[in-house]
Design a protein around this ligand. Structure first.
Ligand code: SF4
Length: 305
């Protein structure tokens, strides 16, 4: 089992190496927009999921192959704060990479009221906690948490995190059409944000398919929402062309770097770069015949001829 995926181009983090530290769909929520399907292990019990020996070995190998990473991002296929070794994991990443890359943790905020969780997060550089609703009723509708997870505790956890955490906090709000995209919600969010004091607020929309049928908010509503929060809010789903180009160049560069060291098949490259076949072929097509050539099933760097 691999604990890592990517590095993959991320809309807000550049080239991000993903770290998956919980079993698939181990989460305290079952969000209606979740791209991973329905939650199969709904829990708030923190457990150990990692074989540290394997974790260290895998990370060392990846870092050797991919020197140009912008962030190491702990998120993956469930809620990462449910891993009770989170602090130890961040420490291990920092030690192995010699603190070269900033570490980001993406969390649904449900366990932030626990001091032990906030302590674990202290070693990270950036936390992206989500808050999808500005009141309890909307929160239950959109995030479908375990009954014991209370909205008030989540906001209290976020306030405590802000007081204790020295790194950056980017609060993420995922907007779902007809549920939390109203002016009333935006105004309530404005009040909460003034208390939580994140460094940034980011609005996102669930563009990937989910198990539950949902509506995307219309564009005008998103801008109206942003205006009503009245803060410095970033809309992150409209991926800027310039940034996209920069990321594509970085991936192209990494593929070439890899091929400079050894010829590789499509399958080798797919595993190494964790890209879909269509995306990978698109990258290879761009450099084929200019910088690389194909012999039998191998892609070979032209300079190595
Ligand atoms: S918190 Fe994240 S992993 Fe959990 S259900 Fe929601 S979107 Fe899915």
């Amino acid at each position: 089992m691999s604990y890592f995926y990517g590095p993959v181009p991320s809309r807000r983090l550049g080239l991000s190496l993903g770290v998956d530290i919980v079993k698939k769909k181990t989460c305290s929520f079952d969000c209606i927009y979740c791209q991973l399907g329905r939650t199969t292990n709904k829990t708030i019990e923190r457990q150990s999921f990692i074989d540290f020996k394997k974790f260290r070995l895998q990370l060392k190998k990846i870092i050797k192959k991919n020197p140009s990473i912008d962030y190491i991002t702990i998120s993956g296929s469930g809620e990462p704060t449910l891993n009770k070794d989170l602090g130890k994991i961040i420490k291990a990443i920092k030690r192995i990479t010699k603190n070269k890359y900033p570490v980001c943790v993406i969390t649904n905020s449900s366990l932030l009221h626990l001091k032990e969780v906030r302590d674990d997060l202290q070693l990270s550089d950036l936390i992206i906690p989500s808050l999808d609703a500005a009141d309890a009723k909307t929160f239950y509708k959109i995030d479908r948490p375990l009954a014991c997870v209370k909205f008030k505790k989540i906001t209290e956890g976020l306030i405590s995190l802000r007081k204790e955490f020295k790194g950056k906090i980017w609060l993420e709000i995922v907007l779902v059409g007809g549920i939390n995209d109203t002016i009333e919600q935006a105004r309530k969010f404005k009040k909460l944000i003034e208390i939580i004091k994140p460094d940034k607020v980011q609005l996102n929309i669930p563009i990937r398919p989910s198990a539950t049928k949902i509506k995307l908010p219309p564009k005008e509503k998103i801008y109206q929402f942003k205006k009503n929060i009245g803060q410095d809010v970033e809309i992150i789903f409209n991926y800027k062309g310039k940034k996209q180009k920069k990321l594509e160049k970085a991936i192209e560069f990494q593929i070439l770097n890899y091929l400079k060291r050894r010829p590789a098949t499509l399958k080798d490259l797919k595993v190494c770069f964790n890209l879909g076949l269509t995306t990978l072929k698109k990258y290879l097509k761009k450099i084929l015949n200019k910088k690389i050539y194909k012999k039998n099933q191998y892609f070979i760097f032209k300079g190595n001829r």
